[in-house]
Design a protein around this ligand. Structure first.
Ligand code: 3HC
Length: 702
């Protein structure tokens, strides 16, 4: 038998079972497609075999093409000789047996098979758009023929993973394998049952048509989200071709569009982001044998906005969680806020009523430390002041089991000072959630000096378990995400001193790809929050650059949306920001008072002033060993701050401009504006050696 190391053939009576074994997720890596084709040919030539099953070893069917191979100029089989074509043309029936994931090229191969059977827990989808390409293995032509154009458009432009039961309802899956049994046995039995059926059902032979208006409507509906990107539009073009052209023509069109996208800037950036998100989980300086504790019984201290959001994050992922606050009234208010948040999701249609009830039932308000003394993890999320948090940590240390982990949601305070009030500094770490905590994907795990490897692994794994992307940060003021973002936050207000308006800066950043401009975000979060941090920093750092305009607005009681006015003004009950002449007047008068010369700014100047300041700070963070990799900072910007994913992240984006240009500009602004723009030594070295920022080697983690 023509076994390759990655694909083998086993016989089960008159059924040939073709097994893909390319760990960990059976991507279509080197030799996989060839191995499938060889074994199909062998089986078709063997008169003792009547039908085939295509199945994956290990944890998945086939997770798609090997993403590492994209953009490398590797040779691809020509149309007509690809696995999809060979499967489709097979004279004997082939049954795809799906567990784990059938994604991208995996689902495309499955759709080229004659039948599909899946276990209930399997997920299928065409997520290519998420890496800036389109399904290039016939997916844009076969999926509409299976599920209709409208559903195919939805699935292909979002890339979402479809659970097997839904896929069966939609017609992607023919049969769900019985729970608890062997998928292989079920697939072989299925193959036996259809072995003699002729003609073979081929998806390509189905016809699909659609109201031409749906394509324009789809383009319109994605316009805001898909701005600056090509792939979502090309996906629509390809599905339109499926509805207007014969199958083979549609395949040609798909190939043409795919080739254009493969080497596009957005595809490169999105591939980078995909791998950066996986790298960030790796903690290279911890012993490889370190295991995470499997958290079973979490508690949250503090039922404010953050504490409530954290409790929801636990409940959303199946945890029973206790939530505690100092007094009953605060606890009741917190629970009411949680109920309101869930109710809003139900109203919006993103959460089913019964699921809301299940989640709410998992959140247990408790009034005293005694009630949480059996928990194995506590996340503290109380008021952001050391003198409030320290006594709580001392108390927790006294009441919690000695092996419980104590985590703090502080966004800036020194984690070593918190750990110092306990007798278990090795079991303490920061778990910094981003607001709203049940929505934002980033979890910054902050590493105090005495935290044990098990503690760090546990915090990282816990984050992933509740749907977060966990990223390790050093214990430095603001940690990594907020510290790298802080200069951006200052610079945006300093731009106002020099002649910009909030709405101008916001427009530039939205055009760049942020979902909201930074001033509008400030109004949403509350301007009083930033003011606290500024006061603290001004008190401890004599060189701290004050921001009189921001301070003035807070002084005027303009805290943002919650007071109906901040950087913008708001109509009652409406969150739309309206430019406010009163703000423009404050800016003008303070700028005049400070004697700052006024000028007009281009969009590019605004963008660079904000982002270069952060690139410089990110380099300082790396040279101090407070982050493992430049790409970790990119992941934090993508998932903590809404940086546009198709631009890769802060450092990746800056590499697109060129490290020398970035350095030269920063050096020029250093001359013009003084110390706050002093270039980091690491940035200077990178510029001198023309080393991309994303290849910077940080100091060992400190
Ligand atoms: N190519 C290359 N490597 C891949 C891969 C792929 N398609 N899918 C996963 N991997 C790698 C990951 O990089 C990771 O490697 P590492 O251990 O060295 O970091 C490893 O496999 C495990 O992946 P995850 O950590 O992501 O494992 P999870 O269990 O959390 O998730 C998954 C599994 C849902 C399959 C997720 O890996 C995933 O979404 N993969 C990408 C799926 C995809 O986009 N498929 C379409 C590819 S494009 C295509 O098919 C084009 C076609 O139309 C022609």
């Amino acid at each position: 038998m023509p076994d390759s190391p990655v694909v083998r053939l086993e016989k089960d009576g008159e059924i040939g079972v073709i097994i893909v074994n390319y760990p960990p997720v059976n991507a279509l890596g080197p030799g996989v497609s060839e191995g499938i084709i060889d074994n199909l040919n062998t089986t078709n030539a063997d008169p003792s075999l009547k039908a085939m099953v295509l199945i994956g070893d290990g944890r998945s069917f086939i997770a798609g093409a090997d993403i590492r191979g994209f953009g490398t100029g590797r040779k691809r089989a020509p149309i007509g000789q690809r696995t999809y074509d060979v499967l489709d043309a097979s004279p004997k029936p082939v049954v795809a047996a799906i567990h784990g994931f059938a994604l991208g090229g995996g689902l495309e191969n499955a759709m080229a098979c004659h039948y599909r059977i899946a276990v209930t827990s399997a997920k299928v989808g065409l997520p290519e758009v998420l890496i800036g390409i389109l399904p290039g293995g016939g997916g844009t032509q076969r999926l509409p023929r299976l599920v209709g154009a409208q559903t195919a458009l939805e699935l292909i432009t979002t890339g979402r993973h479809v659970p097997a039961p839904e896929a069966a309802r939609l017609g992607i899956i023919d049969e769900i394998a019985p729970d608890g049994g062997s998928l292989r046995a079920a697939a072989v039995a299925y193959a036996r049952s259809i072995a003699a059926t002729r003609p073979l059902p081929r998806v390509r032979d189905k016809t699909v048509s659609a109201d031409p208006a749906i394509f324009g409507a789809m383009r319109k509906s994605i316009a805001h989200k898909a701005r600056n990107q090509k792939a979502p539009y090309y996906c629509i073009d390809a599905v339109e071709a499926a509805c207007t052209r014969p199958f083979d023509d549609g395949i040609q069109r798909e190939a043409q569009l795919f080739a254009e996208l493969e080497t596009s800037d957005e595809a490169k950036a999105l591939r980078y982001a995909f791998f950066a998100e996986r790298e960030v989980a790796k903690l290279p300086d911890l012993p490889a044998t370190t295991a995470a504790h499997d958290v079973a019984n979490p508690a949250v201290i503090g039922a404010g906005t953050m504490g409530g959001g954290i409790a929801m994050a636990f409940a959303d992922f199946g945890y029973d969680v206790k939530i505690m606050d100092a007094n009953q009234e605060a606890l009741d208010r917190g629970m009411q806020r949680i109920r309101n948040n869930y109710a809003t999701s139900v109203k919006r249609g993103s959460l089913a009523e019964d699921e809301m009830q299940r989640r709410l039932a998992r959140i247990h308000p408790v009034a005293s430390y005694q009630h949480i003394s059996d928990c194995d993890v506590v996340v503290e999320a109380v008021f952001e002041r050391m003198d409030v948090k320290q006594p709580i940590f001392a108390k927790l240390d006294a009441v919690m089991p000695p092996n419980a982990f104590l985590f703090s949601n502080t966004s800036a305070l020194d984690m070593d000072e918190l750990a110092a009030v306990t007798k278990r500094p090795d079991r303490i770490a920061g778990t910094h959630f981003f607001s709203p905590a049940n929505v934002m994907k980033l979890l910054e795990v902050v590493r105090p000096s005495k935290a044990s490897p098990e503690t760090l692994m546990t915090a990282m794994a816990l984050g992933r378990r509740i749907g977060k992307i966990s990223a390790m940060a050093g214990n430095t003021d603001g940690f990594v995400a907020n510290r790298s973002r802080a200069p951006f936050n200052s610079e945006m207000v300093i731009l106002l001193e020099e002649g910009c308006l909030p709405e101008q800066v916001d427009r530039v950043m939205v055009d760049f790809g942020y979902p909201m401009g930074p001033f509008a975000v400030g109004d949403l979060a509350g301007l009083d929050i930033g003011a606290e941090g500024r006061k603290r920093r001004a008190a401890t750092n004599p060189n701290y650059r004050k921001l009189p305009i921001a301070d003035k607005l807070v002084e005027m009681g303009r805290y943002g949306q919650k007071t109906g006015a901040g950087w913008y003004r708001y109509e009652t009950g409406d969150r739309t920001p309206h430019p406010d002449p009163d703000v423009a007047a404050v800016i003008k008068s303070l700028a005049a008072e400070m004697g700052v010369p006024q000028k007009a700014f281009t969009d590019s100047e605004i963008l660079r002033r904000l982002l270069f300041s952060s690139v410089n700070e990110a380099c300082r963070i790396l040279e101090e060993g407070k982050a493992y990799r430049p790409s970790d900072i990119d992941v934090m910007w993508l998932h903590g701050f809404g940086f546009p994913r198709y631009r890769g992240g802060l450092m990746y984006w800056a590499d697109g401009i060129g490290v020398r240009d970035v350095y030269n500009q920063i050096a020029a602004w250093h001359q013009q504006y003084g110390d706050r723009w002093a270039p980091s030594g690491l940035l200077r070295d990178l510029a001198q050696t023309k080393t991309p920022l994303r290849e910077a080697k940080p100091a060992p983690f400190a």
